[in-house]
Design a protein around this ligand. Structure first.
Ligand code: GLV
Ligand code: MG
Length: 312
């Protein structure tokens, strides 16, 4: 699985941002041809994006282009120009406003045709699907199995809130009047369940109050706590925050590695399946939970600052 703690949105119509994004420590960048690009600037944005992919240095990042949704007049040309022009530089295509599996199947077919025509390895370019309205959410299980290229399901809060009539204009924040709970809980969990049931990553969408870093952290922590793999970032200041929020803490990482080592020792050397580690009982299920945290910590490059000592 590719790291996607921070997924940086970069408008394809802005060459300065396309340049600047290359130097930021985001796990993923997606060069946007959709909603951050005005209708009159789509052609130029495609050219900018192909040039940035060809000439830029994107080393160490997952590189994605977001095309327009399948109901527009732009989508086919977005895919053809970008993949013909720079398909070898591209990890995934992001498809917004996916409402049913046929949208992804269409993109899968078109990618296959371009790959065959241009000699690119077949099936290498992945797909990210944005879930942005009620129909997409109702069909999310079908969408999750719509193509072997699919790598992630991405929540699109702005479009989603608009489509269901949620009464707020502040993307990512709770609607005024909703006193308790989290208005996004069901949507986030539904997407997460579909992703996990089918071995995909689940990514949370943008928080638009870009000057409110505390607000970003608070909202990001909620989806990170549920198990989401990462979140969109719209501004350099959000990148480090997302990388931190979607990595385990040093303490949790050390503890996870400790559980793994202790469990290994007790089950193999002492041949016991449920044992005490300090005040905590650990068993096979604890090992699985520890594996999740340890994998995220290793992927984030955290060092180990403690180790397991077998009893004398
Ligand atoms: C992202 O595309 C969103 O609509 O929030
Ligand atoms: Mg959207």
């Amino acid at each position: 699985m590719r790291a996607r703690r921070s997924c940086l949105a970069v408008p394809g119509s802005n060459p300065r941002f396309l340049e600047k994004a290359q130097g930021l420590p985001a796990d993923e960048v997606f060069l946007d041809l959709e909603d951050s690009v005005a209708a009159g600037a789509k052609d130029e944005a495609r050219r900018n994006v192909v040039a940035a992919l060809r000439e830029g240095d994107w080393t160490g990042k997952t590189v994605v282009v977001r095309v327009n949704d399948v109901t527009t007049r732009w989508t086919y040309r977005d895919v053809i120009e970008v993949v013909e022009g720079a398909g070898d530089r591209l990890d995934c295509v992001m498809l917004p406003k996916v409402r049913d599996a046929s949208h992804v199947a269409w993109l899968d077919t078109l990618l296959g045709q371009i790959e065959r025509a241009t000699g690119l390895p077949e099936g290498r370019i992945g797909i990210e699907a944005q879930i942005e309205d009620a129909r997409g959410l109702v069909n999310v299980d079908d969408i999750a199995t719509s193509s072997p290229r699919l790598e992630t399901l991405v929540f699109g809060p702005a479009d989603f809130m608009a489509s269901i009539g949620m009464r707020t204009l502040v993307v990512g924040e709770q609607p005024p009047g909703y006193g308790e709970g989290d208005a996004y809980h069901y949507i986030l969990m539904r997407i997460l369940m579909a992703a996990r049931a089918h071995g995909l990553q689940a990514i949370d969408g943008p928080y638009l109050q870009i000057r409110d870093l505390d607000g970003f952290r608070r909202v990001a922590l909620r989806s990170a706590a549920l198990g989401f793999d990462g979140k969109w970032v719209l501004h350099p200041s959000q990148v480090e925050a997302a990388n931190e929020v979607f990595s385990p803490s040093q303490e949790d990482y050390d503890h996870a590695e400790l559980i793994l080592d202790a469990y290994e020792y007790y089950t193999t050397v002492e041949k016991r399946g449920a044992v005490m580690l300090g005040d905590e009982m650990i068993d096979e299920a604890s090992r699985k939970m520890a594996l999740v945290v340890a994998a995220k910590g290793r992927a984030a490059g955290l060092p180990r600052t403690s180790s397991f000592t077998p009893p004398a």
